[in-house]
Design a protein around this ligand. Structure first.
Ligand code: GTP
Ligand code: SPV
Ligand code: MN
Length: 587
């Protein structure tokens, strides 16, 4: 414990907190913290009859999403982080952040949160300790990670842990930095109080730092959901799927099978909705765990039709952030169940009525588009019984996907692992409210990891190629797109539960039970290969969803070339070969 204690002393000397409190993970301590946060106004208690154990929190107006432009990877050499990360030298990073951290916790308490990503004691798990001056962060970490004394015991006398330091400081966007020091296993985050910027076990540790460690230790840390699909004969197969932020991972991970499928009796088991750690086991297959123990899910659009399992999950012990507060102290957001409330307090704390407009004439939303709930996985009716199993689940298929109004078909299968890596590496998607900045801009987002890969993406692609060579039973790799639209901008595919129709084809392909046609981009189902019983789409919709426009794809190839070129000689030549082969097939 000497290492841990010395580090805490050093950080406290810099941040100057009034006192230091260790989080033990007990219910008693949690209650005390809730009381304190209630009395300071940091959280609001919701209607305890309707929403027992639930709280509400509003973050600062300019602190409502991850801030990628303020997120840095700090390594000795700039080359280590590649062209897609913001870089600083560790010396500059520590110095800049120190200036903000200095005395930032004056008059406040510094909480010490020992946490485990992954089940405590699993050889797969990683331990972190987060120091923070925010009770909101503590309460969220208690849901999202395994916290407390058991973790300290596991850490032992001088075990390895990720040193995570966070302070709200002044919540000033001009004094906000999210810094990663992979060479020191350290994260420093200052000036924010929201989500992925401050729950340091999530994107910072489990993706940016873990991806760096994973390359060294030969495993994968990915922005992926994990779900089990139990088929009518009772056999459960697992898939992992990478979609960029706010592109449907949470919804897919807990879907309810649609009416009408010819094969009845499917059941979905949720293992995770955001992050997967995957390694090759002694059977030569890829096995995955979800390192988290909670969901930090997007509120808007969540209702009993789109995601009935989540609606049930968030009825208790849930923290709601930046949603609309109703007069009866329940919550609402755009696309929630029931009638639009007649009035409420919006996410900015202002009186709100439906249809209100701002000076530019735009409708004012009650909830922020990136408003979220933090809720324990155990609340979820579809939670997998394998979550606490230390070996995780075997993965049959990897699915990449994005939000593309055009181009990408509903689903296609790659020819092999190497081509699958190319498909993942060339993914693109329209930006969403999950990151600060413009919404709806198409950007390349390889494996949905653009904002989360802790090192040079060219090396990351090489790591993926190598992982394939290490498996005797590699998962098959697919690409999906639920978001293709008509020229009028309407979604062609109904999505949500109906997505199981596509997953059914994917699993059948894995088991050599489904037909496909070979196209230049990969194997595609014919319209009749997708079970559409009980689902009526407009005429030709399925054909449009499965159409491939070679001219458009050739244009896309130019963008891919531009993207690949920035890696110069670092890009694995296999990916250039895949690029050339695709161009030839299209031409
Ligand atoms: P992060 O938590 O940011 O990583 O997001 P996520 O990938 O888990 O996305 P989530 O499932 O929360 O979905 C984000 C938004 O996309 C929500 O508003 C959903 O209602 C919407 N969405 C999810 N699945 C579908 C779908 O199949 N079709 C359509 N049209 N929209 C969807
Ligand atoms: C994402 O943006 O991909 C999220 C939300 O899952 S956050 O935790 O804020 O990163
Ligand atoms: Mn995410």
């Amino acid at each position: 414990m000497e290492k841990l204690n010395n580090w805490i002393k050093e950080m406290a000397a810099m941040c100057k907190p009034e006192r230091i409190v260790w989080i033990d993970g007990s219910e008693t301590q949690k209650k005390i913290l809730e009381k304190e946060a209630l009395s300071s106004g940091e959280i609001i208690q919701l209607n305890q009859e309707k929403l027992p154990g639930c709280f509400f929190h509003r973050s600062a107006k300019d602190d409502v999403a991850r801030t990628e432009h303020l997120t840095f990877i700090c390594t000795k050499k700039k080359q280590t982080v590649g062209p897609n990360n913001n870089w600083m030298s560790p010396r500059a990073g520590y110095a800049k952040a120190k200036a903000i951290f200095k005395g930032a916790m004056k008059g406040r308490t510094m909480y010490v949160i020992p946490f485990s990503m992954g089940p405590v004691g699993s050889s797969f798990s990683k331990i972190g300790v987060e120091l923070t001056d925010s009770i909101y962060v503590v309460l969220n970490m208690l849901i999202m990670t395994r916290v407390g004394s058991a973790v300290l015991e596991r850490l032992g006398q001088d075990g390895e842990f990720t040193k995570c330091l966070h302070s709200k400081a002044e919540l000033d966007i001009n004094k906000r930095l999210i810094l990663h020091f992979p060479e020191d296993n350290t994260i420093w985050s200052v000036g924010s109080g929201y989500g992925g910027n401050v729950l340091l076990g999530k994107k910072c540790l489990s993706l940016r730092i873990a991806s760096y460690i994973g390359r060294r230790e030969s495993w994968l840390a990915e922005h992926m959901l994990i779900m089990g699909i139990e088929s009518p004969n009772g056999h459960i197969e697992y898939i992992a799927a990478a979609f960029p932020s706010a592109c449907g991972k949470t919804n897919l991970a807990m879907l309810i099978p649609p009416e009408g499928l010819k094969r009845k009796g499917y059941r979905v088991w949720t293992v995770g909705d955001d992050i997967a750690w995957m390694r090759v086991d002694s059977d030569g297959a890829l096995w995955a765990i979800n390192p988290e123990s909670g969901f930090f899910g997007v509120a808007p659009g969540t209702n009993s039709k789109t995601n009935p399992n989540m609606v049930k999950t968030i009825q208790k012990n849930t923290i709601y952030t930046n949603v609309l507060l109703r007069p009866d102290r329940t919550v609402w957001w755009e696309g929630a169940d029931g009638e639009v409330p007649e009035s409420g307090i919006d996410w900015q704390g202002r009186l709100w009525n439906p249809g209100m407009k701002d000076e530019q004439g735009n409708v004012i939303k009650g909830a922020h588009p990136n408003s979220r709930f933090t809720t324990p996985v155990v609340n979820c009716p579809s939670a997998s019984f394998r979550i606490e199993q230390h070996h995780g689940v075997p993965i049959s298929a990897i699915v990449f996907g994005g939000r593309r109004a055009h181009l990408a078909p509903l689903v296609y299968e790659s020819f092999n692992w190497r081509h699958g890596v190319f498909v993942g590496a060339t993914m693109a998607s329209e930006t969403t409210a999950a990151q600060a900045g413009k919404v709806g801009q198409v950007r390349r987002d390889p494996m949905a990891m653009l904002p989360f890969c802790g090192y040079n993406m060219a090396e990351y692609f090489r790591h993926w190629l190598n992982m394939g060579k290490g498996m005797s039973k590699p998962p098959r790799i697919f690409h999906v797109n639920w978001f293709r639209t008509t020229n009028q901008g309407e979604f062609l595919w109904p999505g949500y539960g109906e997505n199981l129709r596509v997953l059914e084809w994917i699993l059948d392909r894995c088991n050599n039970k489904a037909e496909a046609i070979k196209t230049p981009i990969g194997y595609l189902p014919r319209s009749k290969d997708i079970d559409m019983t009980g689902l009526k789409l407009s005429e030709n919709a399925l054909e449009q969803l499965l159409a491939i426009d070679s001219k458009e794809w050739l244009k896309e190839l130019d963008l891919i070339k531009e993207f690949f070129s920035q890696f110069k000689k670092d890009l694995p030549k296999e990916l250039w070969q895949e690029y050339e082969a695709l161009r030839e097939r299209l031409e």
